[in-house]
Design a protein around this ligand. Structure first.
Ligand SMILES: CC(C)(COP(=O)(O)OP(=O)(O)OC[C@H]1O[C@@H](n2cnc3c(N)ncnc32)[C@H](O)[C@@H]1OP(=O)(O)O)[C@@H](O)C(=O)NCCC(=O)NCCS
Length: 173
């Protein structure tokens, strides 16, 4: 059976599904909490993965000064993991950011191995500017945070014009 997966910018109709995707990982303290208002207010930062018309993944980017952006709120629904959707979402962010001219992207994560597969390298948390932590101060784990900082340079990557995001088809065995 053939399935259609597309990655696209989020719209207001996606807010509830984005909230539902994120919430289980918020409860486990893997993702920073976002309520529906917060998702609406930052909707322009989100990409979503659509699997046969159903949202199965989400990611957001946040651009700081100093030519630096963060990939955050990355989730693929457990039922759809390990099918390359996380990769599509991260690559979608990178193409988007590269087209904007952003040179460096980082993430704070517990899934270091995944980001290493995406070409990111572990860096010291101290190498990130202070403003990066302004959201983290609201996290219950802020005082004893053990997330790992990973980073990738985008400036050497070819800059592709970005608005048309990848569509792939997968075949289930
Ligand atoms: C991390 C996550 C987004 C990965 O999504 P996914 O769709 O399963 O990942 P993909 O199938 O695109 O994997 C791409 C590659 O990374 C590898 N990979 C995936 N998850 C991995 C993990 N936890 N550790 C190490 N490698 C991993 C895959 O094997 C694949 O490798 P390949 O290129 O050799 O084939 C997903 O597991 C998830 O939502 N986790 C819970 C929330 C979370 O931790 N989010 C990250 C917050 S920063």
């Amino acid at each position: 059976m053939s399935h259609r997966i597309s990655v696209r910018n989020a719209g207001v109709d996606d807010v509830e599904a984005i909230y539902t995707l994120l919430q289980p990982f918020v409860v486990k303290n893997i993702i920073l909490a976002r309520d529906r208002d917060n998702i609406f207010q930052h909707l322009q930062e989100f990409l979503v993965a659509d699997y046969d018309g159903e949202l199965c993944g989400v990611v957001a980017v946040h651009i700081y000064g100093e030519n630096l952006a963060e990939v955050r709120s990355l989730v693929v629904s457990p039922a759809h993991q390990k099918h390359g959707i996380g990769r599509l979402l991260v690559e979608g962010c990178e193409q988007w950011l590269a087209a904007l001219g952003v040179a460096r992207v980082f993430a704070l994560t517990y899934v270091t191995g995944f980001f290493e597969r995406m070409g990111y390298a572990v860096v010291s948390r101290e190498s990130l500017p202070h403003k990066v932590w302004t959201v983290c101060v609201h996290c219950t784990r802020f005082a004893d945070c053990d997330e790992v900082a990973v980073e990738k340079r985008l400036s050497d990557a070819p800059i592709k014009p970005m608005r048309i995001l990848p569509i792939i088809e997968i075949n289930e065995a």
